[in-house]
Structure formats: C-alpha cells, structure tokens
Design a protein around this ligand. Sequence first.
Ligand code: SF4
Length: 358
Amino acid sequence: MEHLPIRTHGRMCNMTSIYNASALDEFRKERSLDHNSIRRLRNRLLKQFLSDEVVIADFPYAPQLVLHCLELYQRIDSDLDGATKLLFRTDAGMLIESVILRIASGRTTLCVSSQIGCAAACEFCATGHMGIAQNLSASQILDQVLQAGQILTSERRQLHNIVFMGMGEPFHNERNLAEVIETLTDVRQFNRSPASLLVSTVGIPKAMIRFANRFPQVRQALSLHSVDPEIRKAIIPLASRYSLPDLKHAIAEVNRLQNAPLMIEYLMLKNRNDRIHQAQELAEWVQGLSVHINLIPFNPIEDAPHLEGSEPEAIRAFSATLKAAGLKVTIRYSLGADISAACGQLVRKENRRSPTVN
Ligand code: SF4
C-alpha cells in the first residue's frame, strides 16, 4: 500500500500509513518498539474503532503515522430515522459521501464510496450526473470505514455490514477494491467477516466473475432495473457495453462460485419498468439463477425531474407477480430521505453551493 502524502503546516511530507504492514514494521524497528505495541495500536483502531485521542494516549508515536487520509467535512443526521450522511474531503479538495444506516433491529450498515463521480452515468443518480470519475485509493475507502466505525463506537454501537453502494462503480476501481477487501478481512487489520461485505455493480460481467473467483464469500448485488435491453440502456448508459445474455452468464458463474444468492436491485420507476408484464419478463429472465430481488422505491432527484417513482400499489403488484413465480423478493424502503441519502445528492448540492470546494 502507498505512502500517503499529507499536508503538515503547509508542507507535503511522506508518512507511514496505518495500513502499510511493511512500512509499519520499519517504523517499529526504527524506534525499537516491540511487536505488541503495533498489534495493540491496530487492534484498538481498526478492530475496536476507538477514538484517535484514546489511541494516541496509549501509543504516543501515533501522530507520526497517517491514521486518516480524509477530512470529515460535514455530518448530517436524519431527523426521520437512523441515517447519518458523512461528507469527506480528500487532500485534493474533492468531496465524497458515506452513509451510516442504523436499522431499528439494532443492526448497522455503512455504505461507502469507491470513486469520485461515476462513468456509469445512471439516469436516476446524482453521482452519475457529475460527469467525472476518479478512483479513490484503498486508504481513502478504508478511512470511510474507520471514521464511521469510530462514530458508531462513540455511540456504543457496532458496525455490522459494509456495502459498496456509494459513489462510483466499484469494479471500475477493481485493483483498489481488492486491496480494500483484503485489508478489511485480514485478521491483523479490520478482521471482518467477508460475508458482512457486499459489492454492488451495474453489471460488468468479466469483473463479476473475477471477483467471485477471488472473494467467493463476498456477496454481490447487480443493479438490473430492466430486462428490456433498450429500457436498461436508457436507465444505465454503461449497460450498452454489455449484453444481457453476458450478464446472465456472469450471474450463473457467480452462483456457481458462491453459496449465497446474488442480489438483484430493481429501482421502481413509474411507467418505465413497473408494469406487470415487465415483472413476468423479469421472472422469466432469472429462471434457473439463484437470486434475491430487491425492489427499491425511487425518490426523485433534481438532476432527473422527468423520473417518477412507482405508486406503492404498483410496487406491491410487481412484488406479488415475482413471488407468485417462486422468487425471493423484498421491497426495500430507503432511510434518510430528509438528508439526501441517495448516492451523490449531497455532494452535488454542496458543490453547487460552494463550487470552489470541488
Ligand atoms: S447508481 Fe451507482 S453505478 Fe450508477 S451512476 Fe450512480 S454511482 Fe454510478
């Protein structure tokens, strides 16, 4: 992993990242520290998510390491439910988003970003309208987990699941994504169960298969939204590069490599993809595949005023048609409607408010 340049009193200097095992070992040797001190530091920070203050009090050398490479720029808590949006700023002044979801059952999920902007250009997504795509480094993705984990620890909560559903197409940042998964599941680092991780993609067939081969226990979610090629291409312009038969083949391969069903994400758009015959076509398309279908009500965004969410009755009828065909279906209600929790909305608003930030 890279040495991260950070700005200290106006100078750029190279310091050792907390995630860089070999550099950390050098750091330890130079200061004649024992192995236990580094192990303890990592445990307290990456497994227990203790605050920087607590960590530094226990390990006075900590300020000589890069503990964070993102600045928490803004935090917005929902008044309606247990969602918190975190806006982070990179060294280059770019904004990215993460969302903490505290579900009524007590479980928590963190949604992280993998890119700034996104080349998939989905019609319904504020991030897709940014027109740029820049990969986040592994450390920038991991720091979203660390800082969100520290917030949850301060509330005496645990972080249960991490989903790669924030800004960006994770498989367009495949190398860094793999490094993040390795670090999150490494027993010496975050030590998280691979089954608690979920990577969401618009459907890049070869990358889905490569990923399932390398990480068979990490679940995948596919944003499908339609099995009509023309409708799907209109909703997800990137989909024009990959055929639906190729995608179906990829799902079958992922199924062969994994025990858990693949999640299918289906955004419910009024008069676009929510008719009963379209539910029947979807049921037919997934025949023989192991999938769990999530129907997602759509909340309008400023960037796509022409899109409307399906009526609740249409969603229920769509769900009933799929269930009648023997499929597992969940209607997923989004948290954080009052804090623009949908991907990229807050960054778009913030960039419009203060365009110099980005
Ligand atoms: S929905 Fe996801 S894949 Fe589509 S443009 Fe937004 S961030 Fe990219």
